[in-house]
Structure formats: structure tokens, C-alpha cells
Design a binder for this molecule. Structure first.
Ligand code: SAH
Length: 224
């Protein structure tokens, strides 16, 4: 829906960056327990190797995080699949905020599933590189902003869902505030030991559920 990643000569190719490689990645994700076929189809449609430097493109479909410069990483496919599956469980959100754009991979996966996607990043130079990359993919339903995601994005709130791609020392209160009624927030929390936490807002009540142990780069609050 909304976004359409066109096949271009660089995308088709053969070998480690081909569509077949993506299909194998999805088979692995299914074997690892990802069940939502809509989410798996979204991952199958995004050429992950275009989100890392060319020197790393042959490793883009491995199940690992990879460096993207600026001391940051692209999240491993399983982690992206798991978080997106959690956020899309039940009713599909109409409007989502992602905190931590990085190279834009997860934002593009989200944009294939959700009509309105906002993503914020604290490192200006990284965001500019990502903007250039996304421009060539012609994605219409994704808005990016250079800002501190710990504060959310008040001008676009409320959101049906919020997904945080870096580990926060505690659940950011602004993000809970900016959740619409019935909304869901997925955020890795912790410094040394981190866990994914699902926050659900229902009839004015906020429920927190502790999920998987994870390992993310830290959510930092100063812009650069
Ligand atoms: N979504 C990415 C993962 C990026 S890693 C993917 O698809 O692979 C996490 C990103 O969060 C980094 O780029 C980091 O710079 C960013 N980040 C850290 N703290 C932040 C903050 N307070 N606000 C916005 N972005 C933040």
C-alpha cells in the first residue's frame, strides 16, 4: 500500500542481492517465528542491500545488524520483522511514528504497510544521506524530520503506533502522551540489559508488557 519499490537494474541483479536472496531471508524469518504474512511480504519487497554501503551489500540479507556510519547500525532483519509484527498486530495502524530513522530501512518497510509514516532522526548528516537514498525509491507516504525523538513529534500527533529503534533509559513520557486511544508503542528499554516493551493505551489506561531481551544502540537526546 502507498509505497512501491520499483525493480531497477541494480535491484534485479543476481547473486547476493537478488530477489531470490530476499525470498530466502523471508523463509528464514518464518522459521524464526515471524507469522504475519503481510509483514513478511513487506520485507520481501524492500531491497535491503540498497540501505548499506556497497562494500557490505553482499552481507545485507544476513541476520545481523550492520554498520551504516556515524557509529550507527541497520537493525537485523529479524528485529525489524519482530517489531513491525508487534506494532501491526490486531488493527493495522493508519499513522505511525518511528524514532531513529538511521538508513531508512525499517521506515520503508513500514511505509509499505501503513498509509502515513513519520520518522525522526537525531544525526543530521545521516538523515541527509538517507533522504537522498529514499528520494530515488520515490516513497510518497513517508515524512522525515531531524529532531530528538525522545520528545516525539507533537505537530503530527496523535499516532496509532510508535516504534523506537534505539534503547531508551526509560519509556519516554512524550511518546506515551502522543499515542492515540487504542495506540501501541514498542520501545527497547534499558542500558546494559535491554528489553522490548509494549505500551498500550486503552480507555485512558496505560498497560506495559515486557517482551524479548534485545540489543540496540542507545537513544541519545542531543541533536548532532
Ligand atoms: N531504523 C533503523 C535503525 C537505526 S539505529 C533501521 O531501519 O535499521 C537507531 C537510530 O536511532 C540511529 O540512527 C540513531 O542516530 C537514532 N537515534 C538515537 N537517538 C535518537 C533520538 N533521540 N531521536 C531520534 N533518533 C535517535
Amino acid at each position: 500500500m502507498g509505497v512501491f519499490v520499483r525493480s531497477s537494474p541494480t535491484v534485479q541483479g543476481s547473486g547476493m542481492t537478488s530477489e531470490r536472496t530476499r525470498v530466502r531471508m523471508v523463509e528464514r524469518l518464518r522459521a524464526q517465528g515471524i507469522r504475519d504474512e503481510t509483514v513478511l511480504a513487506a520485507l520481501a519487497g524492500v531491497p535491503r542491500h540498497l540501505f548499506v554501503d556497497e562494500a557490505l551489500s553482499s552481507r545485507a540479507y544476513e541476520d545481523s545488524a550492520l554498520p551504516i556510519g556515524f557509529g550507527q547500525t541497520i537493525s537485523a532483519p529479524y528485529m525489524v520483522a519482530r517489531m513491525v509484527e508487534l506494532i501491526c498486530a490486531g488493527t493495522l495502524p493508519k499513522k505511525i511514528l518511528e524514532v531513529g530513522t538511521g538508513c531508512g530501512y525499517q521506515a520503508v518497510v513500514l511505509a509499505r504497510l501503513i498509509p502515513e509514516v513519520y520518522s525522526v532522526e537525531r544525526i543530521g548528516a545521516l538523515l541527509e544521506k538517507t533522504r537522498a537514498r529514499l528520494w530515488s525509491l520515490r516513497i510518497q507516504n513517508l515524512r522525515l524530520k531531524h529532531t530528538d525523538g525522545f520528545q516525539g513529534l507533537p505537530e503530527a500527533a496523535p499516532f496509532d503506533a510508535i516504534i523506537v529503534a534505539a534503547a531508551a533509559p526509560r519509556i519516554p513520557p512524550a511518546l506515551v502522551e502522543q499515542l492515540a486511544p487504542g495506540g501501541r508503542l514498542i520501545v527497547p528499554v534499558g542500558t546494559h540489559a535491554q528489553h522490548l516493551i509494549l505500551v498500550e493505551k486503552r480507555e485512558g489506561e496505560v498497560r506495559e508488557t515486557i517482551l524479548d531481551p534485545v540489543h540496540f544502540v542507545p537513544l541519545l537526546t542531543n541533536l548532532s
